[in-house]
Design a protein around this ligand. Structure first.
Ligand code: RIB
Ligand code: CA
Length: 318
Protein backbone atom coordinates (compact mmCIF):
# COMPACT_ATOMS: atom_id res chain seq x y z
CA UNK A 1 0.00 0.00 0.00
CA UNK A 2 1.42 3.44 -0.90
CA UNK A 3 2.44 5.57 2.09
CA UNK A 4 0.28 8.71 2.40
CA UNK A 5 2.46 11.82 2.55
CA UNK A 6 2.24 15.62 2.55
CA UNK A 7 5.22 17.59 1.25
CA UNK A 8 5.91 20.97 2.88
CA UNK A 9 8.34 22.80 0.62
CA UNK A 10 9.93 26.02 -0.63
CA UNK A 11 10.53 25.42 -4.38
CA UNK A 12 13.47 25.68 -4.95
CA UNK A 13 15.16 23.47 -7.53
CA UNK A 14 15.56 20.44 -5.34
CA UNK A 15 12.07 20.85 -3.90
CA UNK A 16 10.78 20.70 -7.48
CA UNK A 17 12.32 17.29 -8.04
CA UNK A 18 11.15 16.13 -4.62
CA UNK A 19 7.58 16.94 -5.68
CA UNK A 20 8.09 14.99 -8.92
CA UNK A 21 9.56 12.00 -7.09
CA UNK A 22 6.62 11.94 -4.66
CA UNK A 23 4.04 12.31 -7.42
CA UNK A 24 5.67 9.85 -9.82
CA UNK A 25 6.66 6.98 -7.54
CA UNK A 26 3.93 4.43 -6.75
CA UNK A 27 5.29 3.76 -3.25
CA UNK A 28 3.86 7.02 -1.92
CA UNK A 29 0.47 8.71 -2.19
CA UNK A 30 1.00 12.48 -2.36
CA UNK A 31 -2.04 13.89 -0.56
CA UNK A 32 -1.08 17.57 -0.62
CA UNK A 33 1.69 20.08 -1.23
CA UNK A 34 2.11 22.98 1.19
CA UNK A 35 4.46 25.90 0.76
CA UNK A 36 6.45 28.09 3.11
CA UNK A 37 8.86 31.00 2.84
CA UNK A 38 12.46 29.88 2.62
CA UNK A 39 14.42 29.70 -0.59
CA UNK A 40 12.30 32.62 -1.70
CA UNK A 41 9.33 34.60 -0.41
CA UNK A 42 6.05 32.75 0.05
CA UNK A 43 4.44 34.21 -3.06
CA UNK A 44 7.34 32.92 -5.15
CA UNK A 45 7.63 29.46 -3.57
CA UNK A 46 3.88 29.04 -3.98
CA UNK A 47 3.94 30.16 -7.62
CA UNK A 48 6.82 27.73 -8.19
CA UNK A 49 4.88 24.83 -6.69
CA UNK A 50 2.04 25.67 -9.09
CA UNK A 51 4.53 25.83 -11.99
CA UNK A 52 6.04 22.43 -11.15
CA UNK A 53 2.63 20.80 -10.85
CA UNK A 54 1.55 22.36 -14.15
CA UNK A 55 4.53 21.12 -16.16
CA UNK A 56 4.53 17.71 -14.45
CA UNK A 57 0.82 17.19 -14.98
CA UNK A 58 0.18 16.93 -11.24
CA UNK A 59 -3.38 18.23 -11.29
CA UNK A 60 -5.03 16.22 -8.51
CA UNK A 61 -2.93 17.32 -5.52
CA UNK A 62 -4.08 20.39 -3.53
CA UNK A 63 -1.50 23.15 -3.02
CA UNK A 64 -1.86 25.43 0.02
CA UNK A 65 0.33 28.37 0.99
CA UNK A 66 1.54 28.63 4.57
CA UNK A 67 3.74 30.93 6.63
CA UNK A 68 5.37 33.92 5.01
CA UNK A 69 8.08 34.36 7.65
CA UNK A 70 9.87 32.42 10.37
CA UNK A 71 8.42 32.26 13.89
CA UNK A 72 10.86 34.71 15.44
CA UNK A 73 13.65 36.02 13.22
CA UNK A 74 13.26 37.84 9.89
CA UNK A 75 13.18 35.87 6.65
CA UNK A 76 16.45 35.51 4.78
CA UNK A 77 15.97 33.91 1.36
CA UNK A 78 18.49 31.97 -0.76
CA UNK A 79 18.26 34.06 -3.90
CA UNK A 80 21.96 33.43 -4.55
CA UNK A 81 21.24 29.72 -4.85
CA UNK A 82 17.81 29.52 -6.49
CA UNK A 83 17.63 32.88 -8.28
CA UNK A 84 15.21 35.79 -8.22
CA UNK A 85 12.21 33.60 -9.05
CA UNK A 86 13.33 30.83 -6.73
CA UNK A 87 13.26 28.47 -9.71
CA UNK A 88 15.56 30.19 -12.21
CA UNK A 89 16.73 28.40 -15.33
CA UNK A 90 13.81 27.04 -17.33
CA UNK A 91 11.04 29.10 -18.90
CA UNK A 92 7.71 28.06 -17.37
CA UNK A 93 4.28 28.36 -18.99
CA UNK A 94 1.57 30.23 -17.12
CA UNK A 95 0.54 27.82 -14.34
CA UNK A 96 -2.87 26.18 -14.76
CA UNK A 97 -2.79 24.51 -11.34
CA UNK A 98 -4.12 26.84 -8.64
CA UNK A 99 -3.85 26.97 -4.87
CA UNK A 100 -6.66 26.10 -2.48
CA UNK A 101 -7.84 28.98 -0.28
CA UNK A 102 -6.94 27.26 3.00
CA UNK A 103 -3.79 28.11 4.98
CA UNK A 104 -1.27 25.28 4.75
CA UNK A 105 -1.55 24.51 8.46
CA UNK A 106 -5.34 24.23 8.22
CA UNK A 107 -5.06 21.94 5.19
CA UNK A 108 -2.55 19.66 6.93
CA UNK A 109 -4.74 19.62 10.06
CA UNK A 110 -7.83 18.72 8.01
CA UNK A 111 -6.02 16.00 6.07
CA UNK A 112 -4.42 14.46 9.13
CA UNK A 113 -7.81 14.11 10.76
CA UNK A 114 -9.65 13.08 7.63
CA UNK A 115 -7.28 10.40 6.39
CA UNK A 116 -8.04 6.83 7.50
CA UNK A 117 -4.43 6.19 8.57
CA UNK A 118 -1.60 8.31 10.00
CA UNK A 119 0.15 10.49 7.41
CA UNK A 120 3.88 11.04 6.88
CA UNK A 121 4.95 14.69 6.71
CA UNK A 122 7.93 15.40 4.45
CA UNK A 123 9.22 18.94 5.08
CA UNK A 124 11.93 20.01 2.63
CA UNK A 125 12.07 23.61 3.81
CA UNK A 126 12.18 25.71 6.99
CA UNK A 127 9.91 24.04 9.56
CA UNK A 128 7.67 27.03 10.26
CA UNK A 129 4.43 25.42 9.01
CA UNK A 130 5.10 22.17 10.85
CA UNK A 131 5.95 23.91 14.11
CA UNK A 132 2.81 26.01 13.85
CA UNK A 133 0.71 22.88 13.22
CA UNK A 134 2.15 21.14 16.30
CA UNK A 135 1.58 24.27 18.39
CA UNK A 136 -1.96 25.03 17.22
CA UNK A 137 -3.08 21.38 17.08
CA UNK A 138 -0.93 19.32 19.49
CA UNK A 139 -3.44 16.49 19.31
CA UNK A 140 -2.54 16.05 15.63
CA UNK A 141 0.76 14.44 16.69
CA UNK A 142 -1.07 11.13 16.99
CA UNK A 143 -2.21 11.42 13.36
CA UNK A 144 1.36 11.86 12.08
CA UNK A 145 3.10 8.58 11.18
CA UNK A 146 6.46 10.32 11.15
CA UNK A 147 8.19 13.50 10.01
CA UNK A 148 10.92 12.79 7.44
CA UNK A 149 12.67 16.09 6.87
CA UNK A 150 15.50 17.44 4.79
CA UNK A 151 17.52 19.69 7.04
CA UNK A 152 20.42 19.96 9.42
CA UNK A 153 23.68 18.07 9.27
CA UNK A 154 25.78 15.72 11.38
CA UNK A 155 28.77 17.74 10.24
CA UNK A 156 29.12 21.34 9.03
CA UNK A 157 26.44 23.65 7.68
CA UNK A 158 25.96 25.34 4.33
CA UNK A 159 24.69 28.78 5.35
CA UNK A 160 27.13 29.22 8.21
CA UNK A 161 29.95 26.88 9.16
CA UNK A 162 27.57 25.39 11.75
CA UNK A 163 24.06 25.67 10.31
CA UNK A 164 22.14 24.26 7.35
CA UNK A 165 19.72 26.57 5.54
CA UNK A 166 16.35 24.99 6.45
CA UNK A 167 17.17 24.86 10.14
CA UNK A 168 18.94 28.23 10.24
CA UNK A 169 16.05 30.01 8.53
CA UNK A 170 13.75 29.11 11.45
CA UNK A 171 15.67 27.56 14.36
CA UNK A 172 12.79 28.00 16.82
CA UNK A 173 10.52 26.03 14.51
CA UNK A 174 13.09 23.26 14.17
CA UNK A 175 13.49 23.16 17.96
CA UNK A 176 9.72 22.66 18.35
CA UNK A 177 9.74 19.81 15.82
CA UNK A 178 12.70 17.94 17.34
CA UNK A 179 11.21 18.32 20.84
CA UNK A 180 7.67 17.35 19.76
CA UNK A 181 7.89 13.63 20.49
CA UNK A 182 6.70 12.90 16.94
CA UNK A 183 9.02 10.34 15.24
CA UNK A 184 11.49 12.43 13.25
CA UNK A 185 13.94 11.31 10.59
CA UNK A 186 16.56 13.91 9.70
CA UNK A 187 18.11 13.80 6.23
CA UNK A 188 20.96 16.26 6.59
CA UNK A 189 23.69 17.62 4.37
CA UNK A 190 26.02 14.80 5.38
CA UNK A 191 23.83 12.45 3.35
CA UNK A 192 22.27 14.76 0.76
CA UNK A 193 25.75 15.74 -0.41
CA UNK A 194 25.97 12.17 -1.69
CA UNK A 195 23.11 12.89 -4.14
CA UNK A 196 25.24 14.78 -6.66
CA UNK A 197 23.60 15.61 -9.99
CA UNK A 198 26.58 14.76 -12.18
CA UNK A 199 26.63 15.33 -15.95
CA UNK A 200 25.76 11.63 -16.32
CA UNK A 201 22.62 12.18 -14.23
CA UNK A 202 21.65 15.26 -16.23
CA UNK A 203 22.16 13.27 -19.42
CA UNK A 204 19.75 10.60 -18.14
CA UNK A 205 17.03 13.27 -17.75
CA UNK A 206 17.77 14.65 -21.22
CA UNK A 207 17.73 11.13 -22.60
CA UNK A 208 14.07 10.71 -21.61
CA UNK A 209 13.15 12.79 -24.66
CA UNK A 210 10.20 14.38 -22.83
CA UNK A 211 9.49 18.04 -22.00
CA UNK A 212 9.59 17.12 -18.32
CA UNK A 213 12.93 15.38 -18.62
CA UNK A 214 14.31 18.43 -20.40
CA UNK A 215 12.86 20.69 -17.70
CA UNK A 216 14.64 18.69 -14.99
CA UNK A 217 17.91 18.92 -16.92
CA UNK A 218 17.51 22.69 -17.16
CA UNK A 219 16.75 22.97 -13.45
CA UNK A 220 19.84 20.92 -12.60
CA UNK A 221 22.01 22.91 -14.98
CA UNK A 222 21.06 26.18 -13.28
CA UNK A 223 21.47 24.60 -9.83
CA UNK A 224 24.94 23.41 -10.88
CA UNK A 225 25.92 26.95 -11.90
CA UNK A 226 25.13 28.48 -8.52
CA UNK A 227 26.70 25.63 -6.54
CA UNK A 228 29.85 25.98 -8.62
CA UNK A 229 29.96 29.76 -8.17
CA UNK A 230 29.12 29.81 -4.47
CA UNK A 231 30.90 26.76 -3.13
CA UNK A 232 33.05 25.40 -5.95
CA UNK A 233 30.99 22.21 -6.13
CA UNK A 234 31.66 20.35 -9.40
CA UNK A 235 28.08 18.99 -9.25
CA UNK A 236 25.04 20.17 -7.21
CA UNK A 237 23.65 18.03 -4.37
CA UNK A 238 19.96 17.34 -4.83
CA UNK A 239 18.95 17.58 -1.17
CA UNK A 240 15.17 17.38 -0.93
CA UNK A 241 14.38 14.22 -2.93
CA UNK A 242 16.50 12.26 -0.42
CA UNK A 243 13.81 12.79 2.23
CA UNK A 244 11.14 11.49 -0.16
CA UNK A 245 13.38 8.56 -1.09
CA UNK A 246 13.59 7.57 2.58
CA UNK A 247 9.79 7.23 2.65
CA UNK A 248 9.64 5.44 -0.72
CA UNK A 249 12.16 2.79 0.33
CA UNK A 250 13.86 3.07 3.72
CA UNK A 251 16.63 0.86 2.31
CA UNK A 252 17.71 3.76 0.09
CA UNK A 253 18.66 5.95 3.06
CA UNK A 254 20.53 4.35 5.95
CA UNK A 255 19.78 5.83 9.37
CA UNK A 256 20.93 5.55 12.96
CA UNK A 257 19.13 6.57 16.17
CA UNK A 258 20.52 9.62 17.92
CA UNK A 259 19.71 12.63 20.05
CA UNK A 260 19.38 15.82 18.02
CA UNK A 261 19.08 19.27 19.53
CA UNK A 262 18.93 22.62 17.75
CA UNK A 263 21.29 25.35 18.95
CA UNK A 264 19.29 28.55 19.47
CA UNK A 265 21.69 30.79 21.39
CA UNK A 266 25.20 30.20 20.09
CA UNK A 267 26.75 33.42 18.80
CA UNK A 268 28.42 31.51 15.98
CA UNK A 269 26.42 28.30 16.04
CA UNK A 270 22.73 29.33 16.04
CA UNK A 271 20.75 26.95 13.85
CA UNK A 272 23.19 24.06 14.20
CA UNK A 273 21.78 20.55 14.63
CA UNK A 274 23.87 18.99 17.39
CA UNK A 275 23.73 15.26 16.64
CA UNK A 276 24.96 12.91 19.37
CA UNK A 277 26.05 10.07 17.08
CA UNK A 278 28.47 8.62 19.61
CA UNK A 279 26.10 8.83 22.62
CA UNK A 280 28.46 11.23 24.39
CA UNK A 281 25.73 12.96 26.37
CA UNK A 282 22.86 11.78 28.51
CA UNK A 283 20.05 13.00 26.29
CA UNK A 284 17.39 10.62 24.99
CA UNK A 285 17.22 9.46 21.39
CA UNK A 286 14.66 11.68 19.63
CA UNK A 287 15.41 11.11 15.96
CA UNK A 288 16.59 8.78 13.26
CA UNK A 289 19.52 10.43 11.46
CA UNK A 290 20.42 9.60 7.88
CA UNK A 291 24.04 8.60 7.43
CA UNK A 292 24.16 6.85 4.05
CA UNK A 293 22.54 6.88 0.61
CA UNK A 294 22.21 4.11 -1.97
CA UNK A 295 23.11 6.66 -4.65
CA UNK A 296 22.65 4.61 -7.82
CA UNK A 297 19.26 3.25 -6.74
CA UNK A 298 18.26 6.74 -5.61
CA UNK A 299 18.84 8.17 -9.08
CA UNK A 300 17.10 5.17 -10.66
CA UNK A 301 13.95 5.96 -8.61
CA UNK A 302 14.23 9.68 -9.46
CA UNK A 303 14.51 8.98 -13.20
CA UNK A 304 11.69 6.41 -13.06
CA UNK A 305 9.37 8.93 -11.38
CA UNK A 306 10.04 11.64 -13.97
CA UNK A 307 9.61 9.03 -16.70
CA UNK A 308 6.22 8.04 -15.29
CA UNK A 309 5.09 11.68 -15.01
CA UNK A 310 6.47 12.58 -18.41
CA UNK A 311 4.50 9.75 -19.96
CA UNK A 312 1.38 11.42 -18.60
CA UNK A 313 1.90 14.81 -20.23
CA UNK A 314 1.46 15.19 -23.98
CA UNK A 315 4.78 15.23 -25.88
CA UNK A 316 5.28 18.52 -27.62
CA UNK A 317 5.28 18.01 -31.38
CA UNK A 318 8.50 19.23 -32.96
O1 RIB B 1 20.19 23.27 2.68
C1 RIB B 1 19.44 22.73 1.63
C2 RIB B 1 17.99 23.02 1.79
O2 RIB B 1 17.78 24.42 1.77
C3 RIB B 1 17.12 22.46 0.65
O3 RIB B 1 15.84 22.16 1.14
C4 RIB B 1 17.04 23.60 -0.31
O4 RIB B 1 15.86 23.57 -1.11
C5 RIB B 1 16.98 24.77 0.64
O5 RIB B 1 15.64 24.92 1.04
CA1 CA C 1 13.87 23.11 0.05
Amino acid sequence: MPVPIIIDCDPGHDDALAIMLAAGDPAVDLLAITTVAGNQTLDKTTLNARRVCTVAGITDVPIAAGCGRPLVQALSVAEDVHGVSGLDGPMFPEPTVDVVPEHAVDLIHRMLNGHPEPVTLVPTAPLTNIALLLTRFPQDASRIREIVLMGGSTERGNRTPAAEFNILTDPEAADIVFRSGVPVTMCGLNVTHQALATPEVVARFEGLGTPLGDMCAELLTFFASTYRTLWGFPHPPLHDPVAVARVIDPGLVHCVDANVVVELHGRYTRGATVVDLLRDVDRPVNARVAVGLETDRFWDRMIAAVTALGARTPRERG
